[in-house]
Design a protein around this ligand. Structure first.
Ligand code: MG
Length: 247
């Protein structure tokens, strides 16, 4: 969506803040021995108490309230009986609808002690998200956001998944434009003031293809490579993007 009124801005800020608070609560509950279903319940209880709904459930009939992806799972993992262990990487991905507005944010966190190389990979993902957000300025193109993300990830030796992209968001979960994580020549839309985007680098430490799991939802790496994901919903502004999914 493109924010044109104070009311729309207030609505997007409210849902963005609730997404951030929900992610904070989930991240605080991450520990060895906890199931992904228990993390999903933390999110559901907090968000529904504020009147919010799960955007993936509303939009796609997704089986969980949130998406939770572990290790080589990249995105769209289904919460369930899986028990987290020290050394796992868990991606928490929350998209909420509140009063007709939607915001989307994700972060990957280590359970207990991160596996070898994972701390650098997590830093790279956070840096890549910052680089992408910084590139989102009116007058620049969507592909400039992807180019900034890809440049950052490659400078640390990682690789983005070209098959997976960010997206417009606001009134629906997935709106135009698609926001690739690389310098895709087809992503030539010019960014304008007020445009709301979910910017979301998804990457691995080495080259990997994306494969869909038998469950029909989960995307994982074809070779077992660990995947990480960082995402914010932002508003494009002349003075620099405003991040909506912060507490
Ligand atoms: Mg997203």
């Amino acid at each position: 969506m493109t924010i044109r009124t104070e009311e729309e801005l207030a609505g997007m800020r409210r849902v963005g803040k609730l997404v951030a608070q929900t992610l904070d609560a989930m991240a605080a509950a991450v520990a060895p021995g906890v199931t992904t279903a228990a993390l999903d319940a933390v999110a559901r209880e907090l968000a529904t108490a504020q009147g919010a709904r799960s955007a993936p459930q509303l939009t796609y009939d997704f089986p969980g309230f949130t998406c939770i992806s572990v290790n080589d799972e990249i995105v769209h993992g289904i919460p369930g009986p899986r028990v987290l262990r020290s050394g796992d990487l868990v991606t928490l991905d929350v998209t909420l609808e509140l009063d007709g507005y939607m915001a989307d944010s994700a972060r990957t966190v280590a359970v207990g002690t991160p596996p070898k190389g994972a701390a650098q990979l997590l830093r790279t993902a956070r840096e890549a998200l910052d680089a992408g957000v910084a590139a989102a300025r009116p007058g620049r193109r969507v592909r400039d956001v992807g180019a900034a993300i890809d440049r950052c990830v490659r400078s640390h030796g990682g690789r983005v998944f070209r098959e997976l992209a960010g997206h417009g968001i606001g009134r629906a979960l997935h709106e135009e434009p698609s926001v690739p994580n690389w310098d895709d020549p087809e992503a030539d839309m010019v960014l304008h003031e007020g445009l709301v985007l979910a910017v979301e680098p998804m990457l691995a430490a080495r080259v990997a293809r994306v494969v869909e799991d038998d469950d029909g939802w989960t995307y994982r790496t074809h070779n077992g490579a660990l995947a990480v994901h960082q995402e914010h919903t932002i508003v494009v502004r002349a003075a620099g993007a405003e991040i909506l999914t912060l507490d």
